[in-house]
Design a protein. Structure first.
Lengths: 770, 78
């Protein structure tokens, strides 16, 4: 099958075009660098099917960012049959800079003038024919969003893919033209493919080329000795970049006819920007937007109306039975958005999904299995292992999707890039750029896409540091741990406020992230603050189609996770808790003899400084099991409590009263654990703090491994996660139990900080003396 | 009048004279269109005073003052 690649600047509509061509639903956003990996699909309307490969957005083929390297290697070494170079017609000048580089390869090129409808609407004109003559390759005007001109574009690309093309350059007027030609001839003799492209990069002193073409590099050095440019001296990189832009301004400016515009007239985008990045209001508006998003997604009491007006609860209205169930279906519907307080849209959708759909569906499925003729253990495995696991993961779908919907709106509208602009100065203090904000805030939804998104960060050390702290931004799956344990503390001990504990934990995660970044950037990941030179896209109204495509993509990813990793892990956990080391099947009642219990008992003492180790006695291992289960998926932590609560009742006839009946409810499950072990409040808080900051789920660990690329920094990352969570847990437990230990911790932190500062100063002095 | 880009006041326009930087930063500035002869309009500063936002070659670009300090400019319009 022929391979056609899509290449272009970030944010030029590449992914929209990809979606339109392949009918796929790859994620699109109004944020430079949304596609961070290449993806492929199939286009079927040409005489034969062709593969479409969407490359990450790039401004140039320089060797500095991962996206550029991915794109460059693909174009040069994977032998695509044609490049479709997508160009944002509203910003022709900068977009054509990449075109001039793509033309230097021997791959056939078709230029797609995207967003031509916007240009026409603005009253401007682009002379397509003239542009075609200048570039020497076909040019097609399209609108990826409105799906106009796509057929013509693909027919042209298919036609071109069958011809042989030789690279051309616009640098023939520069003083380096002769040198480029000589190097190209030399490379051609060595049978190098794409000789013109490699020649120009060699002349540019490109680090990737210097390594691969060692024999030819001296030619350039030789030439450099006798050469001196009036403006640029011996800076060949500058001469070439300048040559490209000069050519573009000279030749392509005339192909565009701009309508006479009043320079002072503000576009709607300018007006929006004036408010959103305002000197004084910019930051408060950003904080408000962030609060609104979390409130709309997670608030049980929307706009605090319930608290303000003191609405009666369903129970007070007499609409619940004695068991707390709704008296009829109408009341059940009502309960999805009202119970003494009005649910926020996120919670409303959550109730519809979980109470009505998932609850009923899985109840029905479980019933079917129960009534089947399967053996006892198979029923246990399917119902308690598999179905419960899937239901647990699927229950997070509404929260994650709502959160992602809001992030997509921010991204698609162009506001996300402004957030980076607003926050950059703050992030720089920690040795990061404003761009690191995006992956971090995404971490509140799910660590996996957040880690993948770190590819927009150009600096390796900045990326590693960001990947490491992403799990500290408590993800959707960790929220149930917080609400269940915090809820249990309030109900069981009758102290505190569940919301406050939850917010406190979120805050703890953020503080831990900041402290860790500071620590890493001043010790193991020292380096200069990465540059922040970024395009700010124009604001536009988010496209419904794009938003839905984005959500579908996220949903698909999440459901896939539920049906693969989670199924596998719940089966493993179930087997480990129902078989002994002698490989004998155990009833629920015998969980105390299971492999899982044995292993957990063995490592239990390790957690003593954190408050949930040896001091908890006979059944203390339940907390360790939960931690281990959490390594597979954080959803498992509370689910494990629920399973164990049922088992413990069976084993020791432990009487949890009404709790055991309803142990499915996370809060009750945790309460049974408190009764079984006598764990203290500081230890419980230490337990959530540990789970929040420790090694994340399988999926996130796998992603981190793929993103970090090098084994050493991956191992370091695992160790970092474990140590930081261990220290945080120990700190929470000891300070909570014995207040005077605060002084010891403060002292230890002070000594560490002073040690690092002293060492760094000392090293600097040492280097300066050399 | 000549000065570096980070010293521009809001609303000023100028022409790029030279880019004095190395490696990654220099290349990035070039790739984004900050080459000699380009016209740059200083739009605004971020709420915390840094980075800055400029218009050049028909689009908006943001960069830090420390990076803008690498760009020598000639002021053409106030």
């Amino acid at each position: 099958m022929k391979k056609i690649v899509l290449a272009g600047n970030p944010n030029c509509g590449k992914t929209t075009l990809f979606n339109s061509l392949t009918g796929s639903t790859a994620h699109v956003g109004n944020w430079p660098g949304v596609t961070v990996d290449k993806r492929d699909g199939v286009y079927k309307k040409t005489p034969e099917n062709v593969a479409i490969i969407d490359l990450p957005g790039i401004y140039s083929l320089s060797p500095y960012t991962p996206e550029e390297i991915i794109s460059r290697n693909y174009i040069l070494y994977e032998k695509p049959d044609c490049i479709i170079n997508i160009v944002d017609s509203t910003n022709l000048e900068r977009n054509l800079y990449l075109t001039t580089q793509l033309l230097e390869t021997d791959v056939p090129v078709v230029v797609a003038l995207n967003m031509i409808d916007v240009v026409n609407k603005n009253g401007d004109k682009i002379d397509v024919k003239a542009l075609e003559d200048k570039l020497g390759v076909p040019v097609v005007a399209i609108s990826a969003l409105k799906e106009k001109g796509l057929k013509e574009l693909m027919d042209k690309a298919y036609e071109e893919s069958r011809v042989v093309r030789e690279g051309t350059t616009v640098l023939t007027d520069t003083p380096l033209a002769r040198l480029i030609d000589d190097v190209k001839t030399a490379l051609k003799k060595q049978n190098v493919e794409n000789p013109l492209f490699h020649a120009i990069k060699l002349v540019e002193n490109d680090s990737m080329e210097l390594n691969t073409h060692k024999e030819t590099a001296p030619m350039v050095e030789e030439f450099k000795k006798t050469f001196e440019d009036n403006t640029f001296g011996k800076d060949f990189e500058a001469i070439i970049a300048d040559g490209r832009y000069k050519y573009i301004s000279k030749n392509f400016a005339q192909t565009v006819t701009k309508k006479e515009k009043d320079k002072l007239k503000m576009t709607p985008s300018d007006k929006a920007d004036k408010v959103l990045t305002h000197k004084i209001w910019g930051i408060p508006i950003f904080l408000l937007v962030l609060f609104a998003i979390f409130h709309l997604t997670f608030a049980e009491d929307f706009l605090y109306l319930g608290a303000i007006f003191n609405f009666p609860t369903l129970e007070e209205l007499g609409l619940l039975t004695e068991d707390g169930e709704p008296i009829n279906f109408g009341v059940q519907l009502l309960s999805t958005f009202y119970d003494g307080q009005i649910a926020s849209p996120g919670i409303f959708i959550d109730h519809i999904w979980n109470d009505l759909i998932i609850g009923n569906l899985f109840g029905w499925l479980g019933g079917l299995v129960e009534d089947s003729s399967l053996s006892q253990w198979a029923i246990g495995l399917i119902n308690n292992g598999i179905l419960e696991g899937i239901a647990a993961v699927l229950s997070f779908l509404p929260c994650i999707l709502t959160l992602f919907l809001f992030f997509s709106i921010l991204e698609d509208s162009g506001y996300m890039a402004r957030i980076a602009f607003i926050l950059d100065k703050m992030f720089r203090r920690f040795g990061l750029s404003g761009r690191a904000f995006m992956p971090m805030i995404m971490g509140f939804g799910c660590s996996v896409p957040a880690m993948i998104n770190t590819r927009t960060l150009a600096d390796d050390k900045e990326r590693t540091a960001t990947v490491r702290v992403i799990p500290f931004f408590s993800c959707g799956a960790k929220l149930p741990i917080l609400t269940a344990v915090a809820g249990a503390i309030v109900v069981y001990f009758g102290v505190g406020n569940a919301d406050l504990i939850t917010y406190g934990m979120y805050l703890l995660g953020i503080v831990a992230a900041i402290a860790s970044v500071l620590l890493m950037r001043s010790t193991s990941l020292k380096g200069e603050t990465p540059p922040f030179i970024m395009e700010l896209p124009s604001y536009h109204t988010p496209q419904f189609k794009n938003l839905m495509a984005h959500l579908w993509d996220k949903g698909k990813h999440f459901v896939k996770k539920a049906f693969t990793i989670i199924i596998a892990s719940t089966i493993v956990i179930w087997l480990l808790s129902h078989f002994s080391f002698a490989w004998q099947f155990l009833e629920d009642e015998q969980i105390n003899d299971s492999i899982l219990a044995d292993v957990s008992k063995f490592v239990q003492p390790l957690f003593t400084p954190l408050g949930f180790g040896s001091q908890l006695g006979q059944y203390g291992w339940v907390f360790v099991v939960a931690v281990v289960a959490g390594l597979i998926a954080k959803e498992n932590v509370i689910a494990t409590f629920a399973t164990l609560a049922a088992c413990l009742t069976a084993v020791v006839g432990m009487d949890f009263g009404e709790l055991a009946i309803d142990a499915e409810d996370g809060i009750d499950a945790v309460q049974s654990m408190i009764m079984a072990t006598g764990i203290t409040i500081p230890a419980l808080i230490s337990f959530i703090a540990f789970n929040m900051t420790t090694i994340p789920c399988f999926a996130a660990v796998g992603t981190a491994k793929a993103e970090l690329g090098n084994k050493k920094s991956f191992k370091g990352t695992l160790l970092f996660w474990f140590l930081s969570s261990y220290i945080i847990g120990a700190m929470v437990y000891t300070v909570g139990s014995w207040w005077w230990t605060t002084f010891i911790w403060t002292l230890a932190i002070a000594i560490t900080v002073m040690g690092i500062v002293f060492r760094n100063k000392h090293n600097k002095v040492g280097r300066n003396q050399l | 009048m000549n000065k570096t880009l980070d010293q521009f006041s809001i609303g000023e326009t100028g022409i790029v004279k030279a880019v004095i930087a190395e490696g990654k930063i220099k290349r990035r500035l070039f790739d984004m269109g900050i080459t000699p002869g380009a016209e740059v309009f200083m739009r605004k500063r971020a709420p915390l005073g840094d980075p800055i936002e400029i218009t050049l070659r028909g689009y908006e670009l943001t960069l830090r003052k420390s990076e803008a300090a690498c760009v020598n400019m000639e002021v053409t319009d106030k």
